[in-house]
Design a protein around this ligand. Structure first.
Ligand code: NAP
Length: 263
């Protein structure tokens, strides 16, 4: 029996776990961080909670006799991905990263790409960013009502922007110590449809969206709606991925694993 640990918290991981558990000779164990109160847990063997850094994960891999580690976490869950790479090396097992491609800017999109949420907040505040003087011109007018779709963990980065109004979408409420920007919190979980997103943008009179470049289809409709409605998007770029083997989707991950088993 080939024991595969899948680091998850994403639809991709849930799908991959289900696929692998249907293949004779493979046992897939899904791992969730435990952040979401009611996670959409993959069917089958699931463990929940952090491992305790690289050392903790390497020990888990060894004690649980894991043969292969598949990192199917969200593209912005960066710590766990670097930890996974180091821990797999320590444990001496192969590691695959499943990382879907980022969205590409399309004709009609009004995007300004930034490195992180702090830069996004600076841009909204109309502060000059290095190398982006021209783009900043776009923000000189009418950035007042912002759809903040970055989850709940980093909304404090925008809390000093008291002259703006934020519609903040997230799955669960933020922790008690988080300083919340002015506006309204909307608790919801994707996937979202184009019609839903257009309705939200219209109803709340949104002029700017802040989004992570998550890639995939589940949260892309807001980007299409923004394009069609001429709404600006501050797009937070992907963090760098750790070195090592990488595929873009579930299908390729299954193929990679079956080739490994065969070899
Ligand atoms: P992160 O910053 O990369 O990870 C922080 C810590 O959480 C890790 O060091 C690890 O703790 C633990 N952890 C993360 N993913 C884990 C997993 N699948 N199983 C066990 N422990 C895990 O991650 P994050 O950005 O907080 O995201 C947490 C989870 O939410 C991830 O699993 C991710 O797939 C999911 N998610 C994240 C986003 C996002 O935008 N960041 C969006 C959708 C879903 P230890 O060091 O103690 O092992």
């Amino acid at each position: 029996m080939l024991r595969v640990l899948i680091l998850g918290g994403t639809g991709v991981a849930a799908e991959l776990t289900a696929r692998l558990n249907n293949i004779t000779g493979i046992e897939a164990i899904a791992s969730l961080a435990g952040r979401t109160r009611e996670p959409v847990a993959p069917v089958g063997n699931v463990r929940i909670g952090g491992f305790g850094g690289v050392t903790g994960l390497a020990e888990y891999l060894q004690h649980q006799k894991i043969d292969v580690l598949i990192d199917a976490t969200h593209p912005f869950a960066n710590h766990i991905s670097w930890n996974a790479t180091a821990a797999a090396t320590q444990a001496g097992i192969p590691r695959l990263l499943v990382n879907r491609p980022p969205w590409e800017k399309q004709p009609g999109d009004i995007w300004i790409e930034v490195e992180n949420n702090t830069e996004a907040a600076k841009l909204l505040a109309n502060q000059a960013l290095e190398n982006q003087a021209l783009e900043n011109q776009l923000f000189k007018h009418q950035t007042k009502r912002v759809f903040l779709t970055i989850g709940r963990q980093e909304i404090s980065a925008f809390s000093h922007l008291q002259e703006m109004w934020f519609l903040m979408r997230m799955i669960d409420p933020p922790n008690a110590d988080v300083v919340i920007p002015p506006g309204l919190m909307l608790f919801d979980r994707g996937p979202f449809t184009f019609d839903d997103e257009r309705e939200i943008l219209t109803k709340y009179n949104i002029d700017t969206i802040v989004s992570k470049n998550s890639g995939g289809n589940a949260t892309y409709p807001k980007i299409i709606a923004a394009r069609e409605m001429g709404i600006k998007v501050v797009m937070v770029k992907r963090p760098p991925v750790p070195p090592g083997e990488l595929v873009a989707d579930v299908e390729s991950a299954v193929k990679w694993l079956l080739e490994k088993v065969g070899s």
